[in-house]
Design a protein around this ligand. Structure first.
Ligand SMILES: Cc1cc2nc3c(=O)[nH]c(=O)nc-3n(C[C@H](O)[C@H](O)[C@H](O)COP(=O)(O)OP(=O)(O)OC[C@H]3O[C@@H](n4cnc5c(N)ncnc54)[C@H](O)[C@@H]3O)c2cc1C
Length: 263
């Protein structure tokens, strides 16, 4: 451990890991302090009964060439195709409603066609909904790296609730339920979430839906971050005493607490 650091980053979730790599790439001597026994936060896993369980993030999008998550990972020097696995392009998500099922297919055109099969009379509303989504994400400079974005349009789309947009498109409650289905991903009700934020979540998944692979010890993506931080001379310190306690438990009660450490 180095006694002198330029920056101490508190926590080791994906936000902190990203900040640490950016700072280290800029030549700062960085140390991450994690209160838990291992890095990763909600992209991490815990091991119980010899199985890895996800604590949070398990799937993602925007990983295609030139898409935002991929550009970020490339910039950080973290991207490794083995950390991700593309989901079934014909039906990466399935929404199950009481009287119908809808498989979402990769790409806007395929998604629109699948929804049209169930709501053939709602072509205008369906196309308009996805046009609004594409238009919204194009306004967000940090998503599409569009420096010439229209700031007024951006503010408007961030201030308009999803519900207002959808109410203006259709009166069909079942179709509205389809348009609202991805609220389950961001966890905010249609009346409370901005159209802009909902659009970012939806667009990223539709374009390149992928699973975050886990390896035997946890999540490969976290290992890539950790290795990169170490390569850039940074340190990651977890909660020693917590780790020590859990290691002791593992030693005495291996079948009950089989907790893994990879740092
Ligand atoms: C059940 C669930 C499912 C999800 N599914 C997905 C998904 O499929 N796809 C997706 O993209 N997103 C998903 N998410 C969201 C995603 O996991 C989170 O948005 C993301 O991981 C948050 O990262 P973060 O760095 O902001 O915070 P966190 O991951 O919460 O990391 C914060 C870290 O800081 C540490 N910390 C906090 N305070 C201190 C302190 N004082 N000192 C030291 N350390 C501290 C914590 O221990 C933790 O390790 C899901 C979330 C949940 C809960």
């Amino acid at each position: 451990m180095n006694a002198h650091y330029d920056v101490i980053v508190i926590g080791s979730g994906i936000s902190s890991l990203t900040s640490a790599v950016i700072l280290a790439k800029e030549g700062k001597k960085v140390c991450l302090l994690e209160q838990g026994p291992k890095a990763g936060g909600h992209i991490g896993t815990f091991n119980k009964f010899n199985h890895n369980f996800y604590t949070g993030a398990h799937y993602t999008g925007a990983l295609g060439n030139g898409e935002p998550f991929r550009v970020l990972l490339d910039h950080l020097g973290i991207y490794n195709s083995q950390n991700f696995c593309e989901l079934d392009a014909d039906g990466f998500d399935e929404f199950v409603f009481p009287d119908f099922k809808l498989a979402l297919a990769k790409g806007y055109e395929a998604t629109v066609q699948n929804i049209l099969k169930i709501f053939p009379k709602e072509e205008t509303a369906i196309k308009k909904y996805f046009d609004v989504i594409r238009d919204a994400v194009n306004c967000v400079p940090t998503y599409m790296f569009n420096e010439k974005h229209n700031a007024d349009k951006l503010i408007k789309i961030l201030e308009t609730p999803l519900k207002n947009v959808v109410d203006g498109l259709t009166n069909d409650h079942k179709l509205k339920a389809v348009f609202y289905a991805y609220c389950s991903l961001h966890g905010v009700l249609p009346k409370d979430v901005s159209m802009g934020f909902h659009a970012l979540v939806t667009d990223s998944i539709i374009n390149s839906p992928s699973v975050i692979n886990i390896n035997k010890e946890g999540v490969g993506l976290i290992d890539s971050f950790i290795n990169r931080i170490k390569e850039l001379n940074g340190d990651i310190l977890n909660h020693y005493w917590k780790s020590f306690f859990l290691r002791t438990c593992n030693f005495w009660y291996p079948s009950k607490t089989n907790i893994q450490f990879n740092q």
